[in-house]
Design a protein around this ligand. Structure first.
Ligand code: DON
Length: 314
């Protein structure tokens, strides 16, 4: 009988080409002008298991920026810096059902804290909780954390994407100033400095093999199976994975959870980081997005795989 791994090796290239067809129903993000240059038809895939076996397919070596995928890891860093009480005095634990950059609910609740750390308002708040005296110190700590998670010390920021976002981020600026007015960002917090940290971590450049490697650390409760190093306490990984399941795919999180049953986090550059707890770390990239901001082809490929191999955690 062939093993799951052998079946994956055999099937993934065919399924990837099947899923690639979904790209035509999506559009590349253009509200950050630099992202509009991404190849619409690209689709890449990497999966790691805990014995360092790897399967890659399609455009797996294409480089793209983390965007919202970084929010899972800044949350982990903030939890390690401030503890649960510190973080959850500033951000909530509930899905919104709204777009990722929505302001709506900030006015509907008292004291106006963001509903969760994976929407933009929540992630901007989390950026303010990262320890460090200056924005440079904070962003360097974030980058070092990604170096540890991926085992790749060459990872760095894509300066063109960073500048493109910082020059056009009127909505994120409004969100951040609103948070300041609500005192979620306190007196000691400089709004422009927090935004600098936020845009910088969104602009870290990776391939889907980096995503798979980072996902593997989450799949093994914070320990990197490749080095045996404990990088994150299990409790914080548990929190992050729960947010991924309930909020990781924005206002499509419910449908994705029903169809795939996997914790995952998407970004507007088309990346999706997903994991099968105790088994696999997965990275996908497909720049054409659906109306919710998730990769059309990437979502299709993950749902195909999860259904075929019965990966749902439920
Ligand atoms: O703040 C933004 O709009 C981007 N830097 C990140 C948004 C994002 O990736 C949402 N994803 N689906």
């Amino acid at each position: 009988m062939t093993s799951v791994w052998e079946q994956l090796e055999k099937q993934v290239p065919t399924w990837l080409e099947e899923s690639r067809k979904q790209a035509c129903s999506g559009n590349v993000a253009a509200y950050i002008p630099e992202l509009a240059n991404a190849p619409r038809e690209a689709l890449g895939f990497t999966i790691f298991d805990n014995t360092t076996r790897i399967i890659t397919a399609g455009d797996y070596d294409m480089r793209f920026t983390l965007q919202s995928i970084s929010k899972v890891f800044t949350l982990l860093l903030a939890l390690m810096d401030q503890g649960e009480a510190g973080v959850f005095s500033k951000v909530g634990m509930e899905p919104t059902g709204d777009n990722f950059n929505s302001m709506l609910k900030l006015e509907l609740v008292d004291p106006g804290i963001p509903f969760n750390p994976l929407i933009n308002a929540g992630a901007i708040t989390v950026s303010s909780l990262i320890a460090g005296a200056t924005p440079a110190e904070k962003t360097n700590r974030i980058l070092s954390f990604f170096h540890e998670l991926t085992g790749d010390p060459t990872l760095t920021f894509n300066d063109a994407v960073y500048r493109s976002e910082t020059n056009t981020a009127h909505r994120n600026r409004s969100l951040a100033y609103f948070l300041k007015a609500n005192r979620v960002l306190g007196d000691e917090v400089d709004v422009e400095e927090v935004l600098e940290v936020y845009f910088k971590h969104c602009s870290i450049e990776v391939t889907c093999s980096h995503l798979a490697r980072m996902a593997l650390v989450l799949a093994f409760d914070g320990t990197d199976p490749m080095t045996g190093r404990k990088l994150v306490p299990r409790r914080y990984v548990q929190i992050a994975k729960t947010f991924m399941l309930t909020c990781g795919m924005y206002n499509e999180s419910g449908a994705f959870a029903i169809r795939s049953g996997l914790p995952a986090k998407s970004g507007v550059s088309g990346g999706i980081l997903a994991l099968v707890p105790g088994h696999y770390g997965i990275g996908v990239v497909g720049p054409a997005l659906n109306t919710k901001g998730n990769s059309t082809a990437g979502v299709h490929l993950l749902e195909t795989l999860s259904t075929a191999f019965d990966w749902s955690i439920f």
